[in-house]
Design a protein around this ligand. Sequence first.
Ligand SMILES: *[C@@H]1O[C@H](CO)[C@@H](O)[C@H](O)[C@H]1NC(C)=O
Ligand SMILES: *[C@@H]1O[C@H](CO)[C@@H](O)[C@H](O)[C@H]1NC(C)=O
Length: 146
Amino acid sequence: MFILSKFVLSHLVVANSLQSYTPPCHDDEISALLQFKQSFVINMSASSYEGAYPKISSWKSNNNCCSWDGIECDEETHHVIGLASCLYGSINSNNTIFHLVHLESLNLADNHFDFSQIPHTIRNFPKLRYLNLYFSMLSGQVPSEV
Ligand SMILES: *[C@@H]1O[C@H](CO)[C@@H](O)[C@H](O)[C@H]1NC(C)=O
Ligand SMILES: *[C@@H]1O[C@H](CO)[C@@H](O)[C@H](O)[C@H]1NC(C)=O
């Protein structure tokens, strides 16, 4: 019984510390994400999902981007972006989102990128394992490397 409760307790502690631990993010990543934000307007009709809200509106400078809505970071700051919907505007290969070379997951679904060509720099993520371009109003072909 003692061993069991000790086991349960240590699991609770681990779960709790995982939840509250937020690794820091780097200044250049903050600035890349804020520039990404600035390259679009928030437009509710750019989203086709009824429950969508612009997570990106909570992105502010001078704080840890790992705690922003839609961003997750692991301990080695391999970022996961489950990006907000409701973005409207074109995206090209110069977009600062492509500076985030540690991205493991990128979700650009449910936005209106005004039929931009899929930027070729989408190849710039060596660690990318998940990419979602569903309903993003992009055109052209996904680079074969992806
Ligand atoms: C909002 O997005 C729609 C496309 O869903 C577009 O037609 C409209 O021009 C956009 N409005 C603004 C103010 O950007
Ligand atoms: C990207 O930036 C470079 C240099 O700033 C510029 O020459 C080029 O036209 C830009 N490309 C696009 C697609 O906007």
